[in-house]
Design a protein around this ligand. Structure first.
Ligand code: C2E
Ligand code: MG
Ligand code: MG
Ligand code: MG
Length: 290
């Protein structure tokens, strides 16, 4: 459609909005081409058990390399993929590629490390996600319980009745379900308690200043308590420093994820992380501020 976008057609848009619209169109058609050319890559970030320092799973994060070593971040192209009706093939790719890596690990005797895939709100609503997940696991010949899913609050709160139904189907496959970016969307606690979910992921924005901002510290403590009262596992995202790690461990957070341990890495490097020993969970030396 980009070639029809010139002339007077957009004259009622303010210039920044017009730029925004044409950037979206350009990105949308680049996405279409990238889907056809199989340009996407999955990277994997470890989730670390707060007690043992052992890797207790990974999160699959999509990457769109640009040839020059740079890549377009998913925060930029996933929303465009959703708005331009292109999220389904991208979501299917993420699931299939992750299931394939789990198959490879299984052949190496590593069959107890689950990988979580992010499922977009649209994918969760429009598709028969449970069947898609089951099919991907079957195609790779892996136990479905090795696949986990991460969903945002908006993904489940939009239509709670339907969400409960879908979540039950996914749960019946033995898959773990996490609520991603918890605390940034709007969650009805009444619904939350009825959802068959397993895990809350504390959003990185609360974790960032946890050691210095009493408000963020209080929010994180409240989420940890809420999770445990609801019998859910709780994981902190975006852990970047030893001080954040120490605070989270001291306050009962079950799992930790973030660049302090490792960013998302390639298949080979993820395997390397698994073969290395546990991470050190030692607190920072006293007197440091990081
Ligand atoms: P998310 O699911 O909340 O993923 C966490 C994001 O935080 C990832 O960004 C990750 O690379 C980043 N991160 C991890 N540790 C740290 C840290 O210590 N500090 C900071 N500053 N950031 C950290 P990424 O990979 O850019 O992905 C952004 C978002 O894009 C994801 O947020 C998720 O919502 C979406 N996304 C990524 N891959 C997929 C996918 O395959 N399918 C769908 N539907 N969405 C995806
Ligand atoms: Mg996620
Ligand atoms: Mg998140
Ligand atoms: Mg996010």
């Amino acid at each position: 459609h980009a070639k029809h976008a010139g002339g007077a057609r957009y004259c009622f848009f303010a210039p920044p909005m017009q730029e925004e619209a044409s950037r979206k169109l350009a990105l949308g058609s680049a996405l279409q081409r990238a889907i056809g050319a199989d340009e996407f890559v999955m990277h994997y970030q470890p989730k670390v058990d707060a007690r043992s320092g052992k890797i207790c799973g990974f999160e699959a994060l999509i990457r769109w390399p640009q040839g020059d070593g740079a890549w377009i971040p998913p925060s930029l192209f996933i929303p465009v993929a959703e708005q331009t009706g292109r999220i389904d093939p991208i979501g299917a790719f993420a699931i299939a590629r992750t299931a394939e890596l789990l198959r490879q690990w299984g052949a190496l005797g590593i069959d107890d490390v689950p990988i979580a895939v992010n499922v977009s709100a649209l994918q969760f609503r429009h598709e028969n996600v449970a069947a898609e997940l089951a099919q991907a696991a079957a195609a790779a010949g892996i136990a479905p319980s090795l696949l986990e899913i991460e969903l945002t609050e908006s993904g489940v709160m939009n239509n709670p009745a339907q969400a409960i139904e879908t979540l039950h189907q996914i749960h019946a496959l033995g898959m773990t379900i996490s609520i991603d970016d918890f605390g940034t969307g709007y969650s009805s606690l009444a619904h939350l308690k009825r959802f068959p979910i397993d895990k809350l992921k504390i959003d990185a924005s609360f974790v960032h200043d946890i050691a210095t901002d009493p408000c963020d510290a209080a929010i994180v403590l409240a989420i940890i308590t809420l999770a445990h009262v609801l019998n859910l596992t709780v994981i902190a995202e975006g852990v970047e420093t030893a001080a954040q790690m120490a605070f989270l461990i001291a306050n009962g957070c079950d799992e930790l994820q973030g660049n302090y341990f490792s960013p998302a890495v390639s298949n080979e490097d993820a395997l390397g992380l698994l073969r290395r020993g546990p991470f050190s969970m030692a607190p920072p030396p006293t007197g440091t501020t990081t």
